[in-house]
Design a protein around this ligand. Structure first.
Ligand SMILES: Nc1nc2c(c(=O)[nH]1)N[C@H]1C(S)=C(S)[C@@H](COP(=O)(O)OP(=O)(O)OC[C@H]3O[C@@H](n4cnc5c(=O)[nH]c(N)nc54)[C@H](O)[C@@H]3O)O[C@H]1N2
Ligand SMILES: Nc1nc2c(c(=O)[nH]1)N[C@H]1C(S)=C(S)[C@@H](COP(=O)(O)OP(=O)(O)OC[C@H]3O[C@@H](n4cnc5c(=O)[nH]c(N)nc54)[C@H](O)[C@@H]3O)O[C@H]1N2
Ligand code: SF4
Ligand SMILES: [Mo]
Length: 737
């Protein structure tokens, strides 16, 4: 007891800020930014303080839960794990490997025990029905990285600390704190860039928090980015501004790219995007002639109908101008525990098989989640009968959530590894809660790959593991051991093969994540053969983290594959470019019909996807889940600010309050995701008092990026009318008069 200060990296979002957590007599008394963290330098956001609420939340589950009808009872670990293994094995035997699906949610990449140990367990299932939040998020980025650089995790980031020009499409780091770009304290880093005479240009259908700090902002019609990006690329080639520099020595196909983009003129892009041709040309020139520039695009240009084309065109802008792998341009991090070069490397593969119902391509062993509900609902061989969810809430986070709810209610068996009974896990037969975030140690395996500076940081648990609880990795290890015993995989293989698999299993089950980290650090780029000599012991002795310096040029060595070359084009891309040209020519580009509006999403700094709404200090204050709409669009429909409205799409409808704002492009409306907690069976008392509506009751499972299968969550065609309740209101008033 007494007072202790713990240093700890925040795992809630991609910024991985260092925190200083003061604990007195077993209770947190304060959470501050860790000034000595070489990456975050003292920055934190309001969510960090909510770690205390998460730790203390009485709604957070601490024991395995079993559902019997509508009733939930607490059961022991052994009883739960035995029964789950029995039931999964029975379904596996009766209906085949693909009848069990798995869904991994976003926090699974922020929890290192899940990263190190879930794969061995999931591998035992041998199912092709693996899904994750990747396909409602960054799948197009990973596909393009795999095609261009040979590895799905070779994702370059804007080297903001040395950049002179950032061209940003569809990202809002002022709210998100950066994404596929670990950039804690974006605000201060941007101010420094601006003080150096640099500039941020933002393209977004909403005048966002980031637009307010940008030097230039342009509205764009949702989904029109590919036309603008291709036109910028075309301008750069046409006007002789393509200067790949040293990249030319290991880049193939850039001349063919110039050829491919020739039909895309700024004039054509202007018609569909709403951005003037002169602006498109000027920005392309500014970008190409800046001494260090980075073109970056995130959710807005990933979760839309042309996500892969957008990410490809952004990469081409950086390559054609020589800004890839150059200080101040788009650079690759070199993390201490390396998932690109290390033994855990999974470069990716594409289209090795397709989904059963809709024929969507797999990527890296996963299928797009927009097809999950129909894989459960459509009878026939290979139909999904059971589901394992890990740290996810697909009912609120994937398109057509109502359809998925219907599908979940029809499963023979479902188990969720999660510490909340949320909108999804309430359908499970078992919920297995892992320890809370401060009850296990932490090293960020993923986000050092995306950071603006190379650093490494390990922190032990703030609180001891409570009696009778298991860490995520222990749940996977124990469940895996039981499942192996029942499924006896490889029973037809020689005894030696089976023994080896058993030993590997046992080893993993006894190998906590920190032992794996130690091995990875020692053999990694800053390990025993380098001046840094990193090991777990070295990191333990440096609780604020170790600085490994600014990003370095790493190409061509870091390119993946034998010949280490960048491949700009392939036949799939060429076909897509041709098809897109046809779409523009035939004016078939998605456009809302008469009276329709485009629906887009948004994030808020006090929210985290669907799962931090059970924290009073984050949800208090003015509600923030209204539909944002331009006053002209309200007037055209005879609606007024604050009114209750009905929003309708192809798949569903909902009622929300509307808020008038000039900060949104006319013709566009915005609703945040992650709300919609007023569903029976959810156990999150504070969230249910501020339920909001789920935008994914409107988004469409049939609207997706054709190449990757990533859901198109932005640019949904909707109508907005007065809600029944608000029409009834004036009528009642009239009667009273
Ligand atoms: N319309 C629309 N939809 C979207 C988006 C959008 O912009 N618009 N964004 C998409 C994006 S980018 C994402 S990433 C997804 C997120 O979607 P999901 O990943 O499906 O959902 P989350 O809201 O992150 O749910 C996280 C769950 O994990 C649990 N959890 C938290 N930490 C841990 C842990 O350490 N272990 C375990 N076992 N469980 C834990 C929480 O209790 C919570 O129930 O949503 C997507 N959906
Ligand atoms: N506070 C907070 N931080 C978070 C999260 C959170 O929920 N809350 N979630 C985390 C996760 S999982 C992720 S993936 C990241 C996401 O991080 P970001 O991508 O930076 O965040 P978003 O707010 O989704 O930004 C997407 C932007 O795209 C715009 N947009 C929509 N449609 C289009 C379009 O067609 N074209 C263009 N050009 N723009 C468009 C939207 O208006 C929005 O401003 O944030 C992470 N950080
Ligand atoms: S910005 Fe992200 S990592 Fe930093 S304190 Fe906030 S939630 Fe945590
Ligand atoms: Mo995400």
């Amino acid at each position: 007891m007494g007072e202790h200060i713990h240093y700890r990296a925040c795992h809630l979002c991609e910024a991985i800020c260092g925190l200083e957590i003061r604990v007195r007599d077993g209770r947190i008394v304060s959470i501050r930014g860790d000034e000595a963290d070489p990456l975050s330098r003292g920055h934190l956001c309001p969510k960090a303080v909510a770690l205390q609420d998460l730790h203390e939340d009485p709604d957070r589950l601490r024991r395995p839960q079993k559902r019997i009808g509508e009733r939930w009872v607490e059961v022991g670990w052994d009883e739960a794990l035995d029964d789950i293994a029995d039931r999964l094995a029975a379904i596996h035997r009766a209906h085949g490997a693909n009848s069990i699906a798995a869904y991994l949610g976003n926090p699974s990449v922020h929890n290192w025990g899940t990263l190190t140990h879930s794969n061995a367990f999931l591998g035992l299932l041998r199912t092709r029905n693996r899904y994750s939040a990747t396909s409602v998020d960054q799948l197009p980025h990973q596909l393009v990285a795999y095609w261009l650089y040979g590895h799905q995790l070779l994702l370059p980031v804007p080297d903001i600390d040395r950049s002179r020009y950032i061209l940003m499409f569809g990202a809002n780091p002022m709210a998100s704190n950066g994404s596929l770009w670990t950039v804690p304290d974006f605000r201060r880093r941007l101010q420094a860039l601006q003080a150096r005479g640099g500039k941020l240009v933002l393209i977004d259908p909403r005048r966002t928090e980031t637009a307010h700090v940008a030097d230039e902002h342009h509205f764009i019609r949702p989904g029109a980015d590919a036309a603008v990006l291709l036109a910028m690329l075309n301008t750069i080639f046409r006007d002789g501004l393509a200067r790949p520099g040293r990249l030319a020595a290991f880049t193939d196909g850039l001349d063919a790219v110039a050829e491919q983009v020739r039909p895309f003129t700024p004039e054509r892009a202007a018609v569909i995007s709403g951005i003037a041709a002169a602006d498109i040309r000027r920005i392309a020139h500014e970008f190409a002639t800046s001494e260090a520039a980075a073109a970056y695009g995130r959710m807005g240009v990933s979760t839309q109908a042309h996500g892969t084309l957008c990410q490809w065109a952004l990469a081409m802008l950086n390559i054609a101008t020589g800004n890839l792998d150059r200080p101040g341009g788009m650079m690759f991090a070199r993390p201490a525990m390396d998932l690109v070069e290390g033994p855990m490397s999974k470069p990716g593969h594409y289209g090795a098989w397709s989904s059963r119902v809709r024929g969507l391509p797999e990527f890296g062993g996963e299928l797009p989640v927009c097809t999950l509900a129909e894989e459960i609902l459509t009878p026939g061989p290979g139909q999904v009968k059971a589901l394992v969810t890990i740290a996810g809430n697909p009912v609120l986070s994937t398109p057509n959530g109502r359809q998925l709810e219907q599908a979940l209610s029809m499963l023979e068996f479902m188990v969720s590894i999660d510490y909340y009974r949320n909108e999804t896990t309430r359908f499970a037969h078992y919920i297995l809660p892992p320890t809370g975030p401060l009850e296990h140690d932490h090293y960020d395996i993923v986000f050092h790959h995306l950071a603006v500076r190379n650093t490494a940081r390990y922190n032990p648990a703030v609180f001891p593991k409570p009696e009778g609880q298991l860490h995520d990795w222990e749940i996977f290890a124990r469940l895996g051991r039981r499942l192996r015993a029942r499924l006896a995989p490889g029973a037809d293989k020689p005894l030696l093969h089976r023994l080896k698999a058993r030993v590997r299993d046992e080893l993993m089950a006894r190998m906590p994540p920190h032992r794996l980290l130690d091995l990875a650090l020692r053999s990694g780029p800053y390990g025993k053969r380098s001046e840094h000599r990193l090991s777990l012991a070295r990191l333990k002795a440096a609780p604020h983290g170790i600085d490994l310096g600014p990003l370095q040029s790493v190409l061509p060595q870091r390119l993946y594959g034998k010949d280490r070359r960048i491949r700009c084009l392939n036949t799939v891309l060429v076909d897509e470019i041709t098809r897109y040209d046809g779409l523009l020519a035939g004016q078939e580009h998605q456009a809302p019909g008469a009276g329709e509006l485009w629906l887009i999403g948004r994030r808020h700094v006090r929210s985290n996807n669907s799962w931090m709404h059970n924290v009073q200090r984050l949800v208090k204050g003015k509600p923030r889940h209204q539909l944002l709409m331009h006053p002209a669009d309200l007037a055209a429909r005879g609606l007024v600010d604050g009114q209750r409205v009905c929003v309708r799409s192809r798949v569903g409808s909902l009622e929300v309050d509307v808020q008038a704002t000039e900060d949104i492009m006319p013709g566009v409306v915005s609703l945040p995701h992650g709300w919609g907690h007023a569903r029976p069976g959810v156990q999150q008392r504070i969230a249910q008092a501020h339920p909001g509506q789920s935008v994914n009751d409107l988004t469409d499972d049939r609207y997706f990026d054709r190449l990757s299968g990533n859901a198109a969550l932005n640019g949904i065609a909707v109508t907005v009318t007065a809600a029944m309740a608000s029409i009834a209101q004036p009528a009642a008033d009239m009667r009273a008069a």
